[in-house]
Ligand binder design. Structure first.
Ligand SMILES: C[S@@+](CC[C@H](N)C(=O)[O-])C[C@H]1O[C@@H](n2cnc3c(N)ncnc32)[C@H](O)[C@@H]1O
Length: 317
């Protein structure tokens, strides 16, 4: 259900998605209270939720610049911003939106930690250029003082059986990797067979039945993308804000990890749907795919693909 807003202050101690214009609602968030802004803004490319709202590139830039200025006042000095974007298309020519957004954050003192490539394996088939199969996520810290929790987001080693060579002194012969897994790197790919049950489709609303969490929102990003950012950049009880909440992915993932997710969404139907998903998540009734944690059994029988006995013993202790 859509929550009514107090004219003076938005309750920021319980997760919810609020209906309205992000540029106005943002004023109700206390300054320096947000640990992570995690969002994907409208790209101004004529999506169903953008009908009647098309802007020139200059007007779009001005709008986003005004919003980002306000947003950054709300972020804690040791907080983070994850801004996920694709391309804007003008007369058939692409303008990468991260290129447009980078200076808006940089000129306000934000520090780019990673420009993450999110690769997906499905989508429209282009006729006069190569088909687009990735978008980017700009991760900024608000200052040089920031936390990054790598362990909860490590992914399985490809070759857990690799060992240090003779030249490594005392470590020679010991497993060279980390038993918790490896750094997921700045190239993110989520298993499409998991996400779409073997029928990969991107941006086609009528495939929702094939996807465990798919709603009819045309631009929902995968849970794992939100989950990884939330685990790596926040702690339990922190506030995570999504000014363009859509189907509520950020808010739902934040809640499922013990954070407080606050979202804004202009569209009343999406807002209602997102709050319904949040209620289901609270009752443990929403299927959520969390990101892979810790080592899994490798598929191949190669020696370097075998989990070291030492790690198995450690895990059983
Ligand atoms: C790219 S989608 C976000 C999708 C979201 N990440 C998800 O996983 O579902 C952008 C959303 O911003 C919403 N929106 C557009 N203009 C807005 C505004 N002025 N204030 C708040 N939301 C807005 C759109 O309705 C759309 O749902």
């Amino acid at each position: 259900m859509t929550k009514a807003l107090s004219p003076f202050s938005l309750p920021c101690d319980v997760g919810a998605i609020y209906q309205g214009d992000a540029l106005e609602l943002i004023d109700q968030i206390p300054d320096q209270s947000v640990s992570l802004v995690l969002s994907s803004p409208p790209y101004n490319i004529g999506k169903s939720y953008e009908r009647g709202m098309f802007k020139s590139l200059d007007a779009y830039r001005d709008w986003m610049d005004a919003l980002i200025s306000k947003l950054l006042d709300k972020v804690k000095p040791n907080g983070h911003i994850c801004w996920q974007v694709g391309n804007y298309v003008r007369d058939g020519s692409l303008i990468p939106l991260d290129y447009l957004f980078f200076p808006m954050f940089e000129k306000r003192g934000c520090l780019l930690r990673n420009r993450i490539i999110w690769r997906y394996n499905f989508g429209l088939h282009a006729q006069r250029r190569f088909s687009g199969r990735y978008e980017t996520l700009l991760w900024f810290s608000r200052s040089a003082d920031y936390e990054f929790n790598l362990d909860p987001v490590r992914v399985p080693q490809l070759y857990p059986g690799k060992r240090h060579s003779k030249g490594k002194g005392e470590r020679a012969g010991q497993p060279s990797g980390n038993p918790l897994g490896k750094n997921p790197s700045d190239f993110w790919e989520f298993d499409p067979s998991m996400a779409f049950d073997g029928k990969p489709v991107w941006d086609i609303p009528n495939v929702k039945a094939n996807h465990p969490e798919k709603t009819d929102h045309p631009c929902q990003f995968p849970n794992e993308l939100a989950d990884r950012c939330i685990l790596a950049m926040t702690a339990e009880g922190d506030m995570v804000l999504d000014p363009f909440a859509g189907a509520g992915t950020t808010v739902v993932c934040a809640e499922s990890r013990g954070r407080i997710g606050i979202g804004f969404e202009l569209d009343a139907d999406y807002t209602q749907q997102a709050n319904q998903r949040l209620s289901l998540a609270r009752n443990g009734e929403l299927p959520i795919r969390h990101s892979g944690i810790g080592p899994k059994q490798p598929k191949s029988g190669e020696r370097v693909s075998t989990v070291p006995e030492e790690w198995l013993l450690q895990a059983s202790e």
